[in-house]
Design a protein around this ligand. Sequence first.
Ligand code: PHE
Length: 441
Amino acid sequence: MGHREHWSGRAGFVLAAVGSAVGLGNMWRFSYLAAENGGAAFVLVYLIFTIFIGLPVLLAEMVIGRGAGRSPVQALSHFGGSVWRPLGGLFVVTGFLILAYYSVIAGWTLRYAISGLLGGFGGDAAARFGAVSTGIAPIAWHLGFMAITAALIASGVRAGIERSALVLMPLLFAIVVGLAIYAATLEGGSGGYAYYLSTDFGKLLDPHVVVAAAGQAFFSLSLGMGAILTYSSYLDRSHHLPNESVTIGVADFGVAFVAGLVVFPLIFALGLQTEVGESTVGALFITLPHAFQEMGGAGRVVGVLFFASLVVGALTSAVSLLEVVVATAMDGLGWSRPRAAWVLGAAVAALGILPAHDLEILGLMDQFAGNFLLVAGGLMLSLFVGWAMEDPIAEVLAGAERVRWFPVWRGLLRWVVPAVLAVVLFYSTESLRAMIFGTPS
Ligand code: PHE
């Protein structure tokens, strides 16, 4: 197999993994789900899932990836034998499906950033979104975004993935924090904070909220499809995996939380709250541009910065989705990196024409791959590390001192995570069925 590339150091891996985690999920998906599922109730359930389900699975993926030093299919069969290979195959399929529609949304975002820069956010916001999301335009912008993604992947782990995250992630943090501070200075935004931060406890056990929050925890942390596993396969054994998993989790939740501090006060300050929550795209692509427009000159600057940070987040996440597919072809079929990047990038781009053309297909793909398949993948990963893998704690211990909670971690993976995720899957099958066949959920 020859020489396998490695990250250049601690910061390289952590930034790339944070780059994978932080993306459209933290802003587009997080804010529409929070708006749709009762604000703070959703945020709280999502936080609980992130800590007790997401972090253990995150560490599990890191352990498998670093331990095997291989992409998902071969890593799973390395530790579990060939019966586990299909799970790796499922990861590749999931990555393929998610990237296909993710890149469409990233394409809209890119267009908003560029047209905001060149011409501002004037005109009717809904009509603008219509123009961005229908006809040939969304296909063209999606293809453009996929080309950039494939080019980064083709240039390699260090030169492409690591270097872009090193520059782009600090930029994104600075913009998002700056915007949150600006939003705090707006008059009339307090309703937004109230909506976002005060909880209706009755909603906490609503299955709809729980399913959405669980899926979002996986989506946002890039879990359940081998992205973190693949990035971890380029690690050496000096890394302190538990510490790094916590850093990744904190950064990911932090950006989502701060993005909410931008989105909700802005929307309320401009009295646009009734517009939100109508659709998966409403909050970010119609209401916010409307707000930027109402804000005049300042709105143009704020809007361009906002969409630029989204493009940045989307790019470093898309790269990690494509890397799973590309690394699998390199390890399994012996393809060269550039060949795998361009051929498979083109295949994903072709599939993405469907969701680019039809928003309903996009929503369905997000429900199916971005929610259901990730949770299913997470469930099987936790069973794998909980039961099938021989001594996962030994792998954690390379680079980390022994800590009392390590056995707790394995216990969570054995019992708690699978049980909770099985319940979530049951409910999400119901809502998927309702979505496809149109019966009330
Ligand atoms: N975590 C990314 C985001 O929040 C999306 C993603 C999901 C990336 C799964 C990789 C794997 O935007």
